[in-house]
Design a protein around this ligand. Structure first.
Ligand SMILES: NC(=O)c1ccc[n+]([C@@H]2O[C@H](COP(=O)([O-])OP(=O)(O)OC[C@H]3O[C@@H](n4cnc5c(N)ncnc54)[C@H](OP(=O)(O)O)[C@@H]3O)[C@@H](O)[C@H]2O)c1
Length: 210
């Protein structure tokens, strides 16, 4: 499921094109790690990830082949994140595969090029907010950059599942797509595993073995 989410989200929701400069949040996670690898295989000019902490950022670059990964806990405001993104991508960005929301998404909109695209996959930084924001803040930026923002659910693509399997399964078999799993043993550990997602306890897909 995370692989299909990455595949359809990047290809369709983000309308990925060869030569795009791509920002992937949640880059060490199950979906994000696959997005970055597919973007590289499909000819992205540059792929930047964001993840929590230096170890995860190192994994994103060393194992998944992203060009760079920014620790969002260090660059923890829109201003800091925008400055770091600008340093890495001085000409701006084309695509944001958004797993997280929050200040990373706002920073992308500060630097997006004309006709950029956002695939809104998830918003994990806001799932537990007691008071979610009333509306996204950046509509003015969206207007003057003609950005297209497309939300999606992987199950929207149910009828196209075979296309995903035909293209991506061989890439996994050939080790061209790498992945990680965090396995927690025991049914009683389900709540702990679920809560762990919000603390970054997992690397790759969180799996509960029962
Ligand atoms: N649209 C769809 O059909 C669809 C399908 C599957 C998943 N999703 C969504 O896609 C996103 C990624 O899913 P996944 O399965 O690949 O999960 P995941 O990235 O493997 O696990 C969750 C990760 O989110 C990060 N995180 C947690 N709290 C955060 C916060 N406050 N700010 C920033 N990052 C935070 C943590 O990584 P760090 O250690 O890096 O912080 C954590 O490891 C989720 O938002 C999920 O809901 C959507």
């Amino acid at each position: 499921m995370p692989g299909a989410t990455a595949y359809f989200g990047l290809k369709d929701a983000a309308s990925f094109k060869k030569g795009d400069i791509v920002l992937v949040s949640g880059a060490a996670g199950a979906v994000g790690s696959a997005v970055g690898q597919l973007a590289k295989l499909w000819g992205a000019k540059q792929v930047i990830g964001t993840a929590g902490g230096p170890d995860k950022c190192k994994l994103v670059v060393d194992k998944y082949g992203f060009d760079a990964c920014i620790d969002y806990k260090k660059f923890d405001t829109e201003e800091k994140m925008t400055a770091e993104l600008k340093r890495l991508c001085p000409d701006g960005l084309d695509v944001h595969f958004d797993n997280v929301g929050g200040h990373v998404s706002d920073s992308f909109l500060n630097l997006v090029r004309k006709h950029g695209r956002v695939a809104v996959c998830g918003s994990i930084s806001q799932y537990n907010d007691a008071k979610p924001p009333l509306c996204p803040s950046p509509w003015v930026k969206v207007i003057y950059t003609s950005v297209r923002i497309q939300g999606f659910l992987v199950y929207d693509y149910h009828e196209h599942w075979q296309e995903f399997l035909d293209e991506v399964h061989p890439l996994v078999k050939q080790n061209k797509i790498q992945y990680e799993e965090t396995v927690v043993e025991g049914f009683e550990k389900l709540p702990e595993a679920l809560n762990g997602l919000f603390k970054g306890a997992n690397v790759g897909k969180m799996v509960v073995k029962i």
